[in-house]
Design a protein around this ligand. Sequence first.
Ligand code: NAI
Ligand code: ENO
Length: 367
Amino acid sequence: MGKRVLIIGLGLIGGSLALTIKKEHPDCEIVGFDLDEKARQLALSLQVIDRQTDDYKKEVASAHLIVVATPVQSAVSILSEFQHLTFQENCIVTDVGSTKKTIVDQGRLLEAAGVHFIGGHPMAGSHKSGVTGANERLFENAYYLLTPSKETSASKVIQLQNWLRGTGAKFIELNPDEHDHFVGMVSHLPHIIASLLVHQTGKLGQEFPVVSQLAAGGFRDITRIASASPSMWRDILLNNKSTLLEMLADWNSGMKQVEEMLKQENGEAIYEFFHEAKLLRDDLPVGKKGALMPFNDLYVDVPDHPGVISDVTGILANENISITNIQILETREDIMGVLRLTFRSKEDLTIGKGVLEDHMYDTYVTP
Ligand SMILES: NC(=O)C1=CN([C@@H]2O[C@H](COP(=O)(O)OP(=O)(O)OC[C@H]3O[C@@H](n4cnc5c(N)ncnc54)[C@H](O)[C@@H]3O)[C@@H](O)[C@H]2O)C=CC1
Ligand SMILES: O=C(O)C(=O)Cc1ccc(O)cc1
């Protein structure tokens, strides 16, 4: 048996990392702990882990890599518990939390005990939670943010990247403040906005049920993230409080400006508002890896008849092109309109686009 990896928190991210680590390091033993016994049993029966434990403290001393993959607040508590435990000399501890400052502050306290703590955040995931959604390809093409401290040796960062190379992600180093600022902007603030939009629509929908039926297409697209785990997002907000308060103040003042333009029926200013946003949005690095568009997405217009999805996937399979995700975007609830296919690479996307067009499908890559 090779090295031992301990994963604490066997949900979507912990489970997916367990699978990617095992794929690249088949000789290692993956030991899993979760507060929820059912999650532990499920992870074992799905072969996401090799062995489960109901006491992670007993396992820490023999682990070469420890991944804390719980919601952020629990991660801070677990790292605080770690201060009282004994570790292997060269053990690397990392986490996957969506915020970094509070976790890294706690993690750094372990350095005195000789533990190498490197904060981590894979910038890919889903609104789904739990180990049943675990997928060894979840992180392919995504950014994986690492927040080593100045004292962390480069060799430890490389060792961690080596453990995680099966993710197929691109590693980027940031300091924890930068991390929380940037990710606050592209992920945390949008999450609040999406959820508030759902609330506001829900209120109207209670009075007029037809509103919920109308809320398809674009509305569903931009509010998908509001279906994510509430406890996970509660922790994220509480751990990025000051950044988000500043961003919310900016947001409120921006909304006030829009309100003023409208009150004054200032068509020119309203046009400029949308025009500038369009230019900025169109200029985003489409198709490149990023938080907003982390994948290589191709949109395919599909007619409403049975078997069309297997036709599309069959055409791609014949060319040996794998897709990492397929989603039906409903323009109307009862009519299938567009398929969003996510490819592993830009090259696969280009070939896939070509073969689908050869079969008379209309395809496009969004701006
Ligand atoms: N869901 C996503 O898309 C992404 C989530 N993250 C971060 O990854 C972390 C985990 O998120 P998910 O896997 O999505 O959540 P999840 O809800 O799928 O899994 C979390 C697991 O942690 C367990 N847990 C909670 N407290 C625990 C404790 N004290 N000790 C042991 N286990 C505990 C839960 O029982 C659950 O099984 C969070 O910190 C989140 O911010 C990062 C990137 C993407
Ligand atoms: O579902 C999505 O699009 C996400 O954006 C998932 C996600 C959630 C939290 C993160 O910290 C990173 C990624």
